[in-house]
Design a protein around this ligand. Structure first.
Ligand code: ATR
Length: 290
């Protein structure tokens, strides 16, 4: 069989990677859009990401390897590895999507679809338009960095980045100052975040570590949307806190599906419908729990 007849190959690269839902999501997208592709898991050694990616990209015997998603802890390395970066990856200084374009086409492209996925989930799936709203982003690590640019693109009235290490929040804000437009963009410590935000986004690992939510409940306007980028047990602490204080809790599953949909579009030029895949993913995870 010629390789032209074989499906294109993709993977999610990370460490750990065995619990990643990306293979399920992309298989659903491929089925829905009739795209011939295979999507695998690629466990990369902690000290050998670049070599593992290069070997995967060169392994074209079973179908052309076209790209990969990148997850924890390699998003910074993925960004560094590419010949070209999209503006949103430049702002994030991190990449969750690589497209292995030929050198004659400019070489590997690094993109970051996390923030666009987050905004699409908030605005389309959760129905909370961000324009003119007060938004609090908690955390200033890689996850927050990916979100900030696309959140600003949605034109909130105010966007506050709160982090326990203030200098990291300030650095993030400084890097994004040029695209803030009319949005009031500021950095602060979590307990100084102020009050009455319409949308509160947890981009910290605090729930994962079983720690208390680092901000005061006064940050939540009545009926606010409170979204944790995590899902499953890791999001429960934040969601319980939000709902106990009158907010609408939302986990990170919608963001996960939306960032995947955007990556699928970057690779295939086809935009899949995310809603049925999000529903299928929720059902799949619920069935695993029970
Ligand atoms: P990620 O790629 O998931 O964003 P990261 O870059 O290590 O991971 O960033 C983790 C974020 O969670 C940081 O903002 C971190 O705060 P510091 O910058 O002060 O380290 C935040 N974080 C982690 N544990 C936390 C906790 N228990 N309470 C509050 N913030 C926490």
């Amino acid at each position: 069989m010629s390789s032209a007849a074989l499906p294109d190959r993709y993977a999610v690269a990370g460490n750990p990677v065995e619990h990643s839902q990306s293979p399920f999501i992309h298989a659903e997208f491929a089925r829905q859009t009739s795209q011939a592709l295979i999507y695998e898991r690629l466990l990369c050694p902690l000290d050998g990401f670049a070599n593992a990616i290069r070997a995967f990209a060169a392994d074209n015997g079973a179908g052309a390897v076209r790209g990969c998603n990148v997850t924890v802890p390699f998003k910074l390395e993925a960004f560094a590895l590419a010949a070209r970066r999209t503006p949103r990856a430049e702002l994030a200084q991190a990449a969750n999507t690589l497209r292995f374009d030929a050198e004659s086409d400019g070489g590997w492209l690094a993109d970051n679809t996390d923030g666009v996925g987050l905004v699409r989930d908030i605005e389309h799936n959760a129905g909370a338009a961000l324009a003119g709203k007060r938004v609090l982003l908690i955390g200033a690590g890689g996850a927050a960095a990916g979100a900030l640019g696309p959140l600003l693109d949605a034109r909130p009235a105010a966007l506050v980045v709160a982090n326990r290490t203030l200098a990291k929040a300030q650095e993030l804000v400084t890097r994004h100052a040029g695209i803030a437009g009319a949005s009031a963009l500021a950095a602060c410590l979590p307990h100084e975040a102020g009050s009455s935000f319409d949308v509160v986004i947890n981009a910290t690992a605090s729930s994962l570590q079983g720690d208390a939510v680092p901000v005061n409940a006064a940050v939540l306007a009545p009926g606010a949307l409170a979204l944790d980028m995590m899902y499953g047990p890791a999001a429960q602490g934040f969601l319980a806190w939000a709902e106990a204080h009158g907010a609408r809790g939302r986990d990170g599953l919608g963001m996960l599906v939306e960032q995947a949909a955007e990556a699928f579009f970057v690779w295939r030029g086809v935009r899949p419908a995310s809603a049925p895949v999000l529903a299928a993913l929720r059902a799949r995870l619920a069935a695993k729990v029970h």
